[in-house]
Design a protein around this ligand. Sequence first.
Ligand code: GTR
Length: 341
Amino acid sequence: MRRQNITLSNIIVVLILAVVLLLGGCAKKEKPQETTAEAPQQVVLRLAETHPPDYPTTKGDYKFAELVKERTNGRIVIEVYPSSQLGEEKAVIEQVQFGSIDLTRVSIAPVGAFVPILNALQLPYLYRDSDHMWKVLKGDIGKELLKSVEDAGFIGFGWFEAGARSFYTKKPVRTPDDLKGMKIRVMENDLMVAMVNALGGVATPMPYGEVYSALQTGVIDGAENNWPSYYTSGHYEVAKYYTLDEHLRVPEIIIGSKISLSQKLTPEEIEILKQAAWHAIEYQREQWAAYEKVAEEKVRAAGNTIIPVEDKSAWQARMKDLYAKQSPEIQEIVRRIQEVQ
Ligand code: GTR
């Protein structure tokens, strides 16, 4: 009788264990099932963009969103919020870091304040031309630096083109000496402050959206940007001299939030986003090339004074100290960039 009892209780224990294991197994399997075709639950991600809808980077964002939607059979929808609807770049980057915005396309200039090693990709007069920059971005250096943003809580997806930046001012600037004492708006990164100060100007960091009125009211005497931004921001209306010294080529970047994306997506899906961003690059570069011409034509047609700079050596010479002050890690990357043919 006693024996029988033990056997019975053993059977009960075994049965309970089996049920627990079975339930555990089901619970584990449940998650992937949610993401399969049987029960596709849509995930909506917000992407912040500072430029208007027809700007080449915004078009690149739309292409990225389209590829992601296609490749996930409609499961992942990226909603692009253009025209700074979600805020200015620095504030947006902070929100991406904390997970309240999922994705953003920004200039790497403000990201450099969070990930200093990115300054290696945006030193003044660093690249010979756009092709040189793209060889760097698509090669080992670009891949390493795209990954480097992870330490600051981001996921790096891909690079976009942003042309060359030059100074625009309220009075003509022909040589670096002409910048002396002029208040020049720069992007929010100490590197940009140091660059303008090295040229003799007085650097004034501020968000992009504040530059128009700062120029208009005389809070600043000038700023600097590429043709498309000079045109679409309307800055060309209030700072009519554009000096083509092309001191910077600053890549754009698509970054995502490690916090929010690792909650909302599987590692495989994050990989799909990475591939899609990489595939959107060529489209964005084509859009860029076409729009750069349009913007230049519009600005010239408006009667602005365009000042060519044939010889950049006097400008470049002022950057020696800035290069020398960079960390050994940055200097090493700069050395590798200069070697890229
Ligand atoms: C533009 C860039 C923006 C923003 C802006 C600025 O060229 O595309 O992301 O950084 O410059 O000067 O703030």
